[in-house]
Write a protein that binds this ligand. Structure first.
Ligand code: HEC
Length: 498
């Protein structure tokens, strides 16, 4: 009898002792704290896939630090207040364990996933609504994974529809503005017919996707993936698969794709690789889509192009300098002094005293850098209310608007800073909804109105008169992350990122 009790009792004590010193098991911690963003199988969700093949650039001590302290200006919050040191170390070790098998997502899987909702070309060529089809906004509402088509003259929603889970990277339009293409973090590409308010086709191009681009001739879609390490070319007409290109450096090392863009004046796509120091140019009208490799000095996590797409301005997340690459010669032509962590992806350009300048917000420091694009020298660092994320302007307005989205303090996250493009001085700080996060501005086609997001689940779009800076209208929205004006996007307005 005593023996029987001991047999029950001793393991129980052992278990208690174990729990007291090591906390929960690492698998349970992963499931409780990480899976909601990084996926149950570490394959990615709203956060990136956490697999050894995707962590080549992250040394283990850094992984510990990211999990403990979080990552600036991202959804990745630190866990040091919730988890003990050993628990964090166990999670950092876990993510470097290979999976028994990483799911394959190649041509067969892409083709099998294909969903045709409406045969290509079968719908009428006229909008089913009266609004100006070039002054519509596509508003992405991340809160409940919906998108709204908004009339940009009356500021009235025309249609609201569910999207795939966690859209990422701005949606991209066909050159005529009729179709919009969305990519979700879990790899789904959807083509939406704005005239007919219908999703026409969908295909899953990857497991964990970064973003997509639509070629300047409207014929091809390029998708960049984190997992697998591929670029996927789709026929823009029906989203059927054209080709899968493995993202592999000249040295044979495979890589995640940082982002893809289309460079219409060059007739090409541009893709930056995240784990290999290369940028690729892929001419979209050339048979078989040959890859031209351009070697760069450092990794490119974030980048920007001048209006002609002759120059690429790129930066690594941890770099001190931006690099300017001449895409014609394929060589680096300048370095740019960029303190903190610039957010080049949100950069804009305008003419200042007769010179083309670019401006970029900063994820770490409360400043906007203004750079002369002929000499690549910094003209001014404009002090702002807090580190920002987005920046926007329009050819017809003298002001550039920037947010305080990357600030840790709510006292700057609710502010929009307006900079006069003629003087480089701050002219006004707006607080659209005090205490609530304000982010991402977009202008109407004519530049007369600016739409600001209140980035909360009970958020809103707030419409301002861009000249008087008076509020004109407030529309309730569920975490409206971004809004994209058809005309500004298809004409590559200098005031908006591309
Ligand atoms: C609310 C969503 C969310 C949760 C919860 C979350 N993460 Fe993250 N995580 C992210 C995002 C988004 C990023 C990408 C950040 C960036 O670099 O922009 C990220 C990045 C990371 C990175 C860096 C990856 C790299 O390639 O550099 C690691 C490591 C990481 N997370 C681990 C974890 C672990 C472990 C947990 C659980 C304890 C966790 N995360 C919970 C959203 C989340």
């Amino acid at each position: 009898m005593i023996k029987f009790f001991l047999r029950l009792f001793i393991p129980a004590i052992g278990l208690l002792a174990f729990e007291a010193c090591a906390g929960q098991s690492v698998d349970k911690n992963y499931a409780d704290h990480c899976a909601s963003c990084h996926g149950a199988g570490r394959l990615g969700g709203s956060g990136p896939a956490l697999l050894p093949e995707n962590l080549a650039r992250l040394r283990r001590p850094e992984a510990f630090k990211v999990i403990a302290e979080g990552r600036t200006a991202s959804q990745m919050a630190g866990f040091s207040d919730k988890l003990g040191k050993e628990e964090i170390q166990a999670l950092a070790d876990l993510i470097y364990q290979p999976l028994p098998a990483v799911p394959v997502w190649g041509a067969n899987e892409i083709i099998t996933s294909y969903l045709q909702h409406v045969p290509a070309g079968s719908l009428p060529d006229k909008p089913v609504f009266d609004a100006d089809p070039l002054n519509l906004f596509v508003v992405v509402e991340l809160g409940d994974h919906h998108a709204t088509i908004l009339d940009g003259d009356k500021f009235e929603p025309i249609y609201r529809f569910p999207t795939r889970y966690a859209l990422h990277g701005g949606p991209k339009f066909s050159p005529d503005g009729r179709f919009v293409y969305f990519a979700s973090r879990d790899g789904w590409v959807s083509k939406f017919d704005i005239y007919n308010l219908k999703v026409v086709a969908e295909v899953r191009a990857g497991i964990n996707t970064r973003n997509l681009a639509v070629s300047g001739d409207g014929k091809t879609v390029l998708v960049g993936n984190y997992l697998p390490h591929t670029l996927v070319l789709l026929d823009a007409a029906d989203l059927s698969l054209i080709k899968v290109i493995p993202a592999e450096g000249l040295n044979g090392k495979s890589s995640r794709v940082s982002a893809v863009y289309q460079a219409e004046p060059r007739g090409s796509f541009i893709a930056a690789l995240k784990d290999v120091k290369e940028v690729w140019e892929i001419p979209y009208a050339t048979k078989d889509f040959p890859v031209r490799r351009i070697a760069v000095d450092n990794y490119l996590d974030d980048f920007f192009f001048d209006q002609s797409y002759r120059h690429l301005i790129g930066a690594a997340r941890d770099g001190k300098k931006g690099q300017v690459v001449d895409l014609d010669s394929g060589t680096k032509t300048a370095e740019i002094d960029l303190p903190g962590m610039p957010h080049l992806g949100s950069g804009i350009t305008w003419a200042y005293q007769g010179r083309p300048v670019m401006a970029t917000p900063n994820l770490k420091e409360a400043l906007v850098s203004v750079i002369d694009m002929t000499t690549w020298q910094t003209i001014k660092q404009i002090k702002t209310i807090g580190p920002g994320f987005f920046m926007r302007s329009h050819e017809n307005t003298p002001y550039a608007w920037t947010d305080g989205f990357s600030s840790n303090s709510q006292a700057s996250r609710d502010a929009m800073t307006l900079i006069d493009k003629r003087t480089l001085e701050i002219v006004k700080v707006l607080r659209p909804m005090p205490g609530k996060t304000a982010a991402h501005v977009e202008f109407t086609r004519d530049g007369k109105y600016a739409l600001v997001s209140i980035w909360e689940n009970d958020g809103a779009l707030i419409v301002y008169d861009a000249a008087t800076l008076k509020e004109v209208k407030r529309l309730p929205m569920n975490k409206p992350s971004g809004k994209y004006n058809v005309y500004n996007k298809i004409t590559h307005s200098a005031g908006t990122s591309h």
